[in-house]
Design a protein around this ligand. Structure first.
Ligand SMILES: C[S@@+](CC[C@H](N)C(=O)[O-])C[C@H]1O[C@@H](n2cnc3c(N)ncnc32)[C@H](O)[C@@H]1O
Length: 242
């Protein structure tokens, strides 16, 4: 049965925003539990591949509670974290109050925005990251078009998300975990089983790492690469704007 949060078509954005507003206070805790803490490792890999340099302008789209935005700023970038869920941004703002800029570190600002209609002029950012965000958009192509527009020529893009493993047995185990295990954690810790059934539903509609790689190539990105973890359970798509 489909969860009430997965709505194909034009009402998708509204239900995704409702989902994240609802789970925001428990989002970080459940991330740790459902990934056995590994999301921290995958995010560190993203930040390390992104290799932000002091003074670069970075956009962390679908920033949620800000993990990636803070890490990019710690490497010296001037970071905008953008998300449309006010409740997720409220958690990020709480963390920002604790964030102190040490010498060599960059700044972070959070902004409410829609990834499908970015409030920035063209060619503004050296780097765009999006972790567990592209899969949630109601229009993946439109999202990539908007990212391409705001990236400077030769700007870098890194997309971290759930992947689609090639090995059928491994994929079946992983799908069972997303179908049965993760929703139980959602029910116990966020009081919302459906919000966590949504992960598998959204993944089924997502092109996965190979499909995203093709979209980037078709969109004119160069140096496209897929970095797989755990046999493709998680992956990072990387590319550089022409
Ligand atoms: C799974 S969370 C990821 C948060 C964070 N990047 C992380 O890795 O922990 C997905 C985020 O995407 C945001 N989001 C989904 N669709 C969006 C859109 N169209 N515009 C802006 N944010 C969006 C949600 O509000 C949510 O905070």
């Amino acid at each position: 049965m489909r969860s009430s949060y997965y709505q194909p078509g034009s009402s998708r954005a509204e239900s995704v925003e409702r989902l994240f507003n609802r789970i925001a206070p428990r989002y970080d805790l459940i991330n740790d539990l459902q990934s056995f803490g590994l999301h921290r490792f995958w995010k560190r890999r993203l930040v390390s591949l992104a290799a932000a340099r002091p003074g670069e302008r970075a956009l962390d789209l679908c920033c949620g509670t800000g993990d990636i935005a803070f890490a990019l700023a710690q490497n010296g970038a001037e970071v905008v974290g953008g998300d449309f869920s006010q409740a997720m941004l409220d958690v990020a703002a709480g963390r920002l109050r604790e964030y102190s800029t040490a010498p060599g570190q960059g700044t972070v600002a959070f902004q409410r925005l829609d990834a499908l209609d970015l409030p920035f002029g063209s060619n503004q950012f050296d780097l765009v990251t999006i972790a567990y965000g592209l899969r949630n958009l109601s229009d993946f192509s439109r999202g990539i078009e908007e990212i391409t527009r705001v990236l400077r020529p030769r700007g870098r893009l890194f997309i971290l998300d759930f992947g689609k493993p090639d090995n059928a047995i491994w994929r079946a185990c992983y799908v069972q975990y997303l179908r049965l295990g993760v929703p139980v954690l959602g029910r116990i810790f966020a009081g919302d089983r459906e919000a966590y059934s949504y992960i598998l539903e959204s993944l089924q509609a997502y092109p996965g790492q190979r499909g995203v790689d093709q979209m980037l190539r078709d969109g004119g990105f160069r140096e496209c690469r897929i970095h797989n973890f755990f046999g493709g359970v998680m992956s990072i798509n990387a590319g550089r704007r022409d």
